[in-house]
Design a protein. Structure first.
Length: 659
């Protein structure tokens, strides 16, 4: 059978089996031509081998098809039936076409090598714009198609993008067009036809039986399409963009800010180097927040660039090193060959760093698309949050002493605790945080939200807390644990009281709380939760088409850091008496922490050194508190922490917004 016969039978079969399908013939896919392409909710390629064809070009065709299609079939006549299975990958489907029927010898499986970037290359600019809008991306009105396709491929997840590309091809309309897309037709030619669309239009027709009349009809259609586009170009105004809630004039930008994308940083580096085109200079790892610029040293030698070594940098520490340090918030501190601090070189590099930072602040707002992109990222990150209000006016506090009445803002704060998984009460001193926490705890216990409530308070006010609790709720059963009642010989008894008793509130001093042991399993579970996210990122990286060794090494280092931090903490858990009862055994439902600012000193991951007033290693007691909070949240589906502090300061009218 010849190729024409096979194609006719195959097209008839495809049309009969799937009505929601679009068929393209002789479609260009990079360096190869696809015999037949079908579009449903995915793209499928069909390579036809007639009885007169051989397999000489098949290897190259397989590579081209695998890059472009979600599924692939090889379609053969009688001659190749016996040999074709050994010529194509096992995930390729095989179709036998005979004189009277079609046999699906092997269905095609999903192709894991497909490139969405390659698929995007066949879309028109209008169709790319549709995808940008669907994914809330900048419209890149002044950018060429290649740039837009790169941004889409980097931003939209693979599965979603595949469906969106298929949708655009399935619903392609030759009568509509964005007139600003000059790439769709060739200007300056004699015929002035929309060549790109004409080829696409022809690919949906069977050219083997074309008559002169048919060619004239297609030619006429193409001329009409071009005229419609020219009218759109003249009459269609530029679509206005919806203003963002936070405009760019209110956005602070700096190298390393999380609302500045990798693409913008790459553009800026090209600008600093004096290049007119953008390359992939830098990489970013979102989990660790690390940046890396490749081939920095080359700009001192074979890629020598005076902008890098003179204008914005030095021969020893060029602009790319300085930009990378700025992106990572890393201190610039240079040493001489004897590893002694080189003050002169450091000062020069710091001056260049200031110059680069100022250039970045001036440059970034010069382009409309860049402005819109930064606004979009910033508003998605921060502008989407709306201060919630809580109305506790209808709350009833059964068993509360008649001598007390909560203020409206205190009732609203109680309602916030009831409605939120975790809460910060950021009140100024004397605003009644203690009353709010006690009332909320009693309300949650009565309503079945929180069965066992623990209040962690400074050592010297345990008695004061107990008095306030019993004054507010005279019938409440309260257990107060002070340092004197938590001595080693009494600690086991106190822990069993907490575990086995049914108390409305358990008030415990800071120092006693810190002596409640954590089980090793609790600490290791918290560590494994962090490691699982990193392991998943490493797995996705290894199996992706854009494998990056630097990103994997960065993630592996982060794993080691977390493991080391956990091991150090486990070593520090040197409780005086090894208790049988651990914190996890107490089954605390909600942990109320008074004066929470005393536990703010957690370990900080930073490349900066000599930070005055900041201990980047953190403290053991704060890490202990973190593990215990995580223990409660893990058992309570994410809820269970209420923090109260007079720092930061908030007025009564602002407190709930701050919380």
């Amino acid at each position: 059978m010849n190729a024409k016969n096979i194609k006719e039978i195959l097209i008839s079969y495809l049309k009969a089996t799937n009505h929601e399908m679009r068929i393209y013939q002789e479609k260009s896919i990079g360096s190869s031509i696809c015999d037949l392409m079908t579009v449903t909710d995915e793209l499928t390629g069909y390579e036809i081998k007639s009885d007169g064809d051989n397999y000489q070009r098949l290897d190259a065709q397989i590579k081209a098809y695998d890059k472009f299609f979600d599924r692939n079939y090889i379609v053969v006549g009688h001659r190749h039936i016996a040999s074709v299975a050994d010529k194509v990958p096992t995930y390729w489907g095989i179709i036998f076409v005979k004189q009277d029927n079609i046999e699906i010898y092997r269905p095609a499986r999903s192709n894991s090598s497909v490139s969405r970037r390659a698929q995007l290359s066949v879309l028109w600019k209008l169709e790319l714009k549709n995808i940008l809008m669907k994914n809330d991306m900048p419209l890149y009105a002044q950018r060429e198609k290649g740039y837009i396709s790169d941004r889409i491929a980097e931003t939209v997840d693979d599965k979603t993008l595949g469906l969106q590309i298929a949708y655009e091809l399935l619903h392609r309309d030759y009568s509509v067009y964005d007139a600003n897309d000059y790439s769709i037709y060739l200007q300056g030619t004699t015929a002035e036809l929309p060549a790109r669309e004409l080829v696409d239009m022809l690919s949906e027709n069977d050219l083997s039986d074309f008559t002169l009349d048919k060619w004239i009809e297609i030619y006429k259609q193409a001329r009409e399409v071009r005229e419609q586009k020219e009218m759109l170009f003249v009459e269609k105004p530029k679509e206005p963009r919806t203003p963002h809630k936070v405009p760019y004039t209110d956005i602070e930008v700096s190298l390393g800010a999380p609302w500045i994308s990798v693409n913008i940083i790459n553009e800026f580096i090209a600008h600093i180097l004096g290049y007119t085109t953008t390359s992939e200079f830098c990489k970013y790892e979102p989990i660790t927040g690390n940046w890396y610029i490749e081939d920095k040293r080359s700009y001192n030698h074979y890629n020598r660039n005076t902008n890098a070594t003179v204008k914005y940098g030095t021969e020893r520490y060029n602009a790319l090193y300085i930009i990378e340090a700025s992106l990572n918030l890393r201190e610039i501190r240079l040493c001489d060959s004897d590893r002694n601090y080189d003050e002169a070189e450091t000062i020069t590099a710091l001056e260049k760093q200031k110059k680069i930072e100022q250039e970045f602040k001036d440059w970034i707002w010069l382009d409309e698309d860049r402005r819109w992109e930064v606004e979009e990222a910033y508003n998605k990150m921060f502008g989407g949050y709306k201060a919630q209000s809580y109305d506790g006016s209808k709350l009833k506090f059964e068993d509360m002493s008649e001598q007390f009445e909560l203020y409206p803002y205190q009732k609203d704060a109680v309602q916030k605790i009831l409605d939120s998984k975790n809460t910060l009460l950021a009140f100024d001193v004397g605003a009644g945080k203690t009353f709010i926490m006690i009332a909320a705890a009693m309300k949650m216990r009565r309503d079945g939200i929180s069965r066992r409530n623990m209040f962690v308070v400074p050592n010297h006010i345990v008695g004061q807390w107990e008095k306030i609790f019993t004054d507010l709720y005279p019938k409440a059963k309260v257990l107060a644990i002070e340092p004197k009642s938590f001595k080693p010989e009494m600690r086991q008894k106190a822990l069993r009281q907490i575990k086995e008793g049914d108390y409305d509130g358990i008030i415990i001093a800071y120092s006693c709380f810190e002596m409640i042991p954590l089980s090793d399993n609790t600490v290791l579970d918290n560590m494994n939760t962090q490691l699982q996210a990193i392991e998943q990122a490493i797995y996705e990286l290894r199996t992706s088409r854009s494998y990056d060794r630097w990103r994997q090494n960065t993630l592996e280092k982060e794993k080691k850091r977390i493991v080391q931090l956990t091991n150090d903490f486990l070593s520090s858990m040197n409780y005086t008496v090894k208790e049988d009862v651990t914190f996890g055994d107490l089954e605390i439902s909600t942990l109320f922490l008074d004066e929470a600012h005393n536990y703010k000193n957690l370990p900080i991951k930073t490349a900066m050194k000599n930070l005055n007033g900041i201990n980047t290693k953190g403290s053991a007691k704060c890490l202990d508190m973190l593990h215990k909070i995580r223990c409660v949240q893990n058992s309570e589906n994410g809820r269970g922490a209420v923090f109260a502090t007079g720092t930061p300061y908030a007025t009564p009218s602002q407190q709930l917004q701050t919380a």
